[in-house]
Design a protein around this ligand. Structure first.
Ligand code: ZN
Length: 149
């Protein structure tokens, strides 16, 4: 189990240092997210066509968890249907907000499983969820910033 945790840490570190799909998209919709508790700020860009996520990128600045989560999210939802992206968010969100002794279907979450360790740290759950909430706003076409301020 500690080997697994170490592997998870490495993946998070890698994605936070070299985030995938980092940048802007000229077309499609975008939304901004802000987590004032930690200071994470993200802009998520998404282009959908025929009910599918054709492209998704993000920009921003934040802690390692928020950046790694955004990076992993873009990989997870690209080329998925919008419905599948929503469903994945639901499963991810319920995993990271579940109690720490309940079982998580790690295989089902794929690479996103590396973030499930945050469920022991409520502050970090917001960092890990920010990109997803921002993606949801972008998919709904909301251009106002997602924030609790
Ligand atoms: Zn954070």
């Amino acid at each position: 189990m500690s080997d697994l945790r170490e592997l998870y840490q490495q993946v998070i570190l890698d994605h936070s240092k070299r985030p995938r799909n980092f940048g802007k998209l000229e077309c499609g919709s975008q939304a901004k997210g802000h987590n004032p508790l930690c200071g994470d700020r993200l802009t998520v860009y998404v282009e959908t066509r025929d009910g599918k996520v054709r492209d998704v990128r993000f920009e921003g600045d934040g802690c390692a968890i928020s950046v790694a989560s955004a990076s992993l999210m873009t990989e997870a939802v690209r080329d998925q249907s919008v419905d599948a992206a929503h469903a994945l968010f639901e499963r991810f969100h319920s995993a990271v907000t579940s109690s720490h002794d309940s079982e998580i279907d790690l295989d089902d979450l794929g690479k996103l499983a590396v973030l499930t360790g945050v469920r022991q740290f409520p502050m970090r759950v917001k960092c890990a969820s920010l990109a997803w909430h921002t993606l949801e706003a972008a998919l709904r076409g909301e251009t106002e910033q997602v924030t609790t301020e």
